[in-house]
Unconditional design. Structure first.
Length: 372
């Protein structure tokens, strides 16, 4: 039995849910997810930060354009909570801190602060190690479940069909239609959107489409208790200027990460003990944080295109095959704008005017910018 749609979206993480919610407003859309529920892979494992100074130029524009959506939220509940973030530098890193601070998109967003002001934010700071920092005033913590859940709710309300436990195992194209085999069923549509995250190139291979060279990279995080009597709740996120570690508060505990980027095949990623140990060691070099036990640790795959910028656009060699991949470590904070942009391009329209006005161009996101 075959089921006819206008669009088939593969992968129900934040990317697939976002574009499916946009397209369902005026298209018949089916969203296919291999797992028993949406968001089990990278989307469910993020550090939940929105920072307009993180990532490359395209990511920063998409993050800026997504901010209003996060602040507005739904039914009076914002998706974002202001928390601020800090880029930390030791004496030896000061030239990198200053070079970063002088970038045109960074300079207006940050204040440079010294050790004593930094201590007011993070009292556990070890003396004489971190000597300066940049404070990004408008960085926010994000409620990822609520953002993702809202996309899925909008999708269902608009009449979209979500099929979980439906791994796509075959795609072929004939007579202007894609036929997609998933979970024992067959689905047909002229448009397929590949939002399969770490599996983006695997899904392309099923369709006979040349891969983009996507690189899934594992990132590890661990939750540890603060010292007795210390409430880290008001701390900003703190990131080493060379992105060798970060730490941030999380519901009374502290998240630590070695900011690892270990290349991996697509898989259900698990944390390695050594990466947890490295995270704790690096963080302990800058703050006085005795760790007696790790409450919980996890890892997820941040998947990058070779130029580390997201990909949204039609494959030039396979009609009706649309890529929405390579969101790397920024897929949550860019999702609202990237979903709108991807939906417009997938409909054959130009980039939404407000996104074009801030400098986004379809060619910057197109898959054919990448040498294959
Ligand atoms: C530790 C960590 C911290 C992060 N911190 C942040 C942060 O602070 N801010 C931020 O913006 N981003 C952050 N990110 C990145 C962000 O989480 C990702 O960019 C984003 O979740 C990617 O979403 P996605 O939908 O592309 O991928 P995924 O969420 O992995 O979704 C892809 C989906 O496709 C499905 N799929 C794959 N193959 C098939 C198939 N054949 N058939 C059907 N379904 C299939 C998978 O099961 C999966 O559900 C972080 C990531 C990690 C790991």
């Amino acid at each position: 039995m075959s089921t006819e749609y206008d669009a088939i979206v593969i992968g129900a993480g934040i990317a697939g849910a976002g574009v499916a919610a946009e397209l369902a407003a005026d298209r018949r859309v089916v969203l296919l997810e291999q797992e028993e529920r949406p968001g089990m892979h990278t989307t469910g494992r993020s550090a939940s930060l929105h920072s307009e100074t993180y990532g490359g130029p395209c990511v920063r524009l998409l993050s800026r354009a997504s901010r209003a959506h996060f602040l507005e939220g739904v039914e009076g509940r914002p998706f974002a909570t202001p928390c601020g973030s800090l880029y930390l530098a030791t004496e030896a890193q000061l030239d990198r801190l200053d070079a970063f601070a002088s970038q045109p998109t960074v300079a207006p967003a940050v204040d440079r602060i010294g050790e004593s002001a930094l201590r007011a934010f993070i009292p556990l700071l070890r003396p004489g190690v971190v000597v300066a920092a940049l404070f990004e005033r408008d960085a926010c913590g994000l409620d990822v479940d609520a953002i993702h859940g809202d996309f899925l709710k909008r999708f269902r309300r608009a009449g979209g069909t979500l099929r979980c436990s439906a791994p796509v195992t075959g795609l072929d194209h004939a007579g202007g239609q894609w036929r997609v085999a998933a979970g024992g069923q067959s689905f047909r549509a002229p448009l397929v959107i590949n939002a399969a995250g770490a599996w983006g190139d695997v899904v392309a291979a099923l369709a006979g489409v040349r891969p983009l060279g996507l690189q899934p990279r594992r990132r590890t995080v661990a939750l540890v208790d603060p010292p007795a009597g210390v409430d880290p709740g008001a701390w900003p996120m703190a990131v080493d200027i060379d992105e060798q570690f970060y730490f941030k508060p999380d519901a009374g505990r502290i998240i630590v990460s070695p900011a690892d980027e270990t290349p991996m095949p697509p898989c259900d990623a698990w944390p390695e003990d050594i990466d947890v140990a490295i995270a704790i060691d690096r963080v302990q070099q800058v703050i006085d944080l005795p760790v007696h036990r790790v409450s919980h640790s996890w890892a997820g795959l941040r998947t990058f295109a070779p130029d580390r910028s997201p990909v949204a656009g039609f494959d030039t060699e396979a009609p009706g095959f649309f890529w929405l991949v390579g969101q790397g470590g920024y897929g949550i904070q860019t999702a609202p704008a990237l979903s709108r942009l991807a939906a417009a391009l997938a409909r054959g329209e130009t980039i939404p005017a407000d996104l074009e006005a801030i400098g986004l161009q379809a060619s910057d996101l197109a898959p054919d910018r990448l040498a294959r």
